[in-house]
Design a protein around this ligand. Structure first.
Ligand code: ATP
Ligand code: ZN
Length: 295
């Protein structure tokens, strides 16, 4: 048997780590952490977990210190655009958590009427490459000032006129006399892998992991929906069900006119979906969460 293991990098602690641990848990994977807490081992699959600062993850993966990693798209794209790796890692898939926005923020007293207002101004950011790319796309010539942290204080200290920073609630901006004026980049957690070809053993572990991740992501929004309906309404209901494959239609004991319809809906099922189903003749509608799914 091969002793090949897949090396996965995730953030040690911070805004990505809860989501990363939760995703692995939903995949049925438990991590036993070593004493130094920099390494963990997945018990159920041959995967080693490396716990890092998020900013180090793209480089660790690009340089083949790890095979794959979970990182913010903002951090990954910034590294890609800055071109510091000869063979950068590749994005494999979006993971749907740690959503945030890189936003341009200006002093509240500015009456902002478009990117041209920024011409000749200084913009402080921890994301110079993403900011420059956006300015370029907007055909605006500004000076970008790199700051590692506390970007939002730059205008008050007269280091910059505006900032480009990750915004969630806007409270920090507000406290510093700033308001968000434009979205530069929309981000979420992504899975990345290095550009090297994996050995067949490693590829098999990676494929098995991907299959589980895909199953988790698909089941997050999916619902199992059950209802009774007149036989004559089956076609209309089948047509209407959001994101569903062919449903199962079952006999109802002692009632030849009616059937039970069961289906997996790939998209969210809302109250108006149920109301619409009722109008089509459905009754006793039940919507259940799905814990796991594998095609
Ligand atoms: P580290 O110590 O690992 O360097 P950090 O302080 O640089 O951590 P965090 O604040 O934990 O980073 O953010 C990590 C990533 O989480 C960001 O790069 C971004 O992708 C995402 N993120 C940042 N802010 C938010 C937010 N408010 N909501 C959701 N996700 C966010
Ligand atoms: Zn960081």
């Amino acid at each position: 048997m091969s002793d090949e293991r897949l090396r996965l990098a995730i953030q040690k602690s911070g805004r990505l780590s809860d989501g990363s641990f939760e995703l692995l848990k939903s995949c049925g994977l438990t991590i036993s952490r070593g004493r130094d807490k920099l390494y963990g081992r997945v018990q159920e699959m041959p995967i080693d977990v490396m716990l890092l600062r998020d900013d180090d993850i793209p480089a660790f993966v690009a340089d083949n210190a790890c095979d794959i990693g979970i990182v913010g798209q903002n951090v990954f794209e910034e590294e890609l655009l800055s071109g510091i790796h000869d063979t950068p890692a590749n994005e494999v898939m979006e993971l749907g958590f740690a959503r945030c926005r890189l936003m341009l923020a200006a002093p509240k007293e500015w009456s902002f009427d478009g990117a041209t207002m920024l011409a000749g101004k200084r913009i402080a950011t921890s994301y110079p490459a993403l900011t420059k790319a956006w300015l370029e796309a907007e055909s605006v010539d500004s000076k970008v000032v790199m700051m590692k942290g506390s970007v939002e204080v730059a205008p008050r200290l007269k280091i910059a006129d505006a900032v480009c920073d990750i915004v969630s609630t806007g409270a920090t901006l507000d406290a510093n006399g700033l308001k968000p004026v434009a979205t530069v980049f929309e981000s979420q957690a992504i899975l990345i892998r290095n550009a090297l070809k994996f050995s067949p053993e490693k590829q098999a572990i990676f494929d098995a992991l991907l299959k589980r991740i895909n199953g988790v992501l698909r089941s997050r929004d999916a619902k199992y929906i059950m209802m009774n309906a007149p036989r004559s309404a089956v076609a209309a209901i089948t047509e209407f069900l959001p994101g569903a494959d062919a449903p199962t239609v079952l006999e109802l004991a002692g009632n030849p006119e009616k059937v039970a319809i069961h289906a997996v809906c790939g998209e969210s099922v809302f109250w108006d979906t149920l109301e619409e189903l009722k109008k089509l003749g459905a009754s006793a509608i039940l919507v259940l969460p799905i814990e796991k799914m594998m095609p």
